[in-house]
Design a protein around this ligand. Sequence first.
Ligand code: GLA
Length: 724
Amino acid sequence: MKRILFVLGLTLCCVAVWAQGVSVETARFQVGDNPAWSNPSFDDSAWPVFTLDKDWNEQGVRNPDNFAWYRLHVVIPAELKEGYSKDVLLDLGPIDDTDETWLNGVMVGKTGSNPGDPEGYNCRWSEPRRYIVDPSLIRWGQENVIAVRVYNAGDPGGFFRGPAWIGKPLLGDYATLSAAREDGKVKAVLETRLKTRGTVTVIKEDVLSGEQLEKNSRKVTLTPQKPYRVSVPMEGRVRVQIVYADDNFEDGLETSVCNPYILTPPAPAAPRYNGPLVFGVRPGSPVIFRLAFSGERPMKFAVEGLPEGVVLDADKGVLSGSCQTVGEYPLVLKATNDKGSAQAAFTLKVGPQIGLTPPMGWNSWNCWGLSVSQEKVMASAAALINRGLADYGYSYINIDDAWEAEERNPDGTISPNEKFPDMKALGDWLHSNGLKLGIYSSPGDRTCGGYLGSLDHEEQDAKTWASWGVDYLKYDWCGYSKVFDPSKDHSTAASMRPYVKMQQYLREQPRDIFYSLCQYGNAKVWEWGAFVDANSWRTTGDIQDNWESMSGIGFSNQLELYPYAGPGHWNDPDMLVVGKVGWSNNLRDSRLTPDEQYTHISLWSLQAANLLIGCPIDQLDDFTFNLLCNNEVNAVNQDILGQQAHEDVNEDGIRIWSRDLYDGGKAVGIFNLNGASVPVQLDGALEKIGLKADTVRDLWRQKDIPTAAQYKVPSHGVLYIKVK
Ligand code: GLA
């Protein structure tokens, strides 16, 4: 929408008025809670002025698990009244975490619910607040007060998107268009709350070539309570796009559905090495490493150059034992089956640093949430081997929250709850198969899920975990917000303290424990994570299986972070949301489209991110296997230089990210963030980032392709290549 400035300013708030509406950039702000603050005549002149483009932490307020209020003052010029006979839109943007909103003392909207509400706490931090209000509530030509009561759990909180907007509603405020795949058809539903007319267009295209296969349009009349339905047959590698253009609104609605399509070629029957080329272990710590060869079983394994103390199980391909002497041991890993043999040059680094490539494995959270059990963990662990994911280097099996007993034992030690009858047996089984065990805790007294945390029991817990054979700890800030009083201490040291404490006890254990910090990127953790000896640190809040969440984390949040990643210490943009997820016993397919899932894995590959699968492996479908087990895509993630990609180009919705690789090559992702596919002239795109080549490797399809050609990059999809 073109916004033409014609009036400016108020003394209190920074307000701009455009032909179509009014924009408000600042508000009075106050921590606490008082029903009188919804009253328009309340005198808030002593409250500080906050901008709406930065959360309240960024404006110097720490206020976890508490209420705060914003009061936006805005004169809405009488000239705007014309054209607002029906509805007015209050567009407040997303608010972290919940809000209740009053306009001139009348409640006009609520999103999420607060602790103590009958329905319980429901955090909706990322959801845009677009409240439609009756124009009779507006004081035309005078000051209006929009009072917003916000509750926030943890940090940060409040408004953060930027100016609020008071203007005309869009079609999207009245109508929705949704579509899903069902019985070989796309079934779309268009619903409105207004009677209106428009055109529905259905476009069918070949997902690989981008070729249009079919296009037809139809004039429709929409009536409230009478959904308009479209059903389109869909076979093979086809994408169906449905577009609705309304006669009365400038904006339209659009959705597309795509059949999952597999790009990764099947692995050969002969052995092929797909794992990392280096593994770090500390002197004297157990070596736990499974040789990641795909190919038909049975397979025989051999390793040349093993140092004293490290042994190979030649049938399973599992290294165990330990090595006391610091050094770099060049090994040759070998595998043979009926169809042939393969070998790989590899380095075992015995020294201070572990986690030399990003961790690959599984975590229980995105699928099972708090319903995790030992049985479910074992099912995924067994499937990691049986379905062949261990042949691609996935090795960690990490239990997230909800394993903890209700109370500590009388001596202060912690036990698992009844859902985990034998942690030690689980650890032993994993280790005997060359896999590793991960656990979860918090430096606070409670975890995010309300289970026991490690506060004041750090040493005991580190010892207990080591006795079970734990190889990975995810240490999640959560309940620590109650301990650390941020109003007294704003220093980075205070944010580091609980992590330093646990690190000391982990290091005292007779085994290597990958140390994964989880505090959502607060206090710029990437700047100090390596100093507290962390192997990775979460850079964001929790990921969800939708485009806004995944692309927001992958493209925006990670933009500036590449200098901080490297062998032994990685930025962690959170776990994968492909396959079945649900954070509970109710699993469903990821809501990311197939193209968005290719983008997700390509970005995590480029960004040297932790690759922790978030779906139950025993329920893995072929499409998800294709995403997770492309050896060329994974090789970029595991590249031994450990350089995280950075963004080279951000133009017209096309983003180009690249990273250098140890063999002198460069991995390049060309991403299309637009709502429609875009043809990309490949040599031209490469020239923009100073590269020239006649052919490049298409990593997903695993074939060489010419650059003097146009490639259609699907909407929200990627062309992921390696330039040699
Ligand atoms: C936080 C973390 C999640 C998960 C849950 C468990 O939300 O960010 O990854 O570990 O806690 O309660």
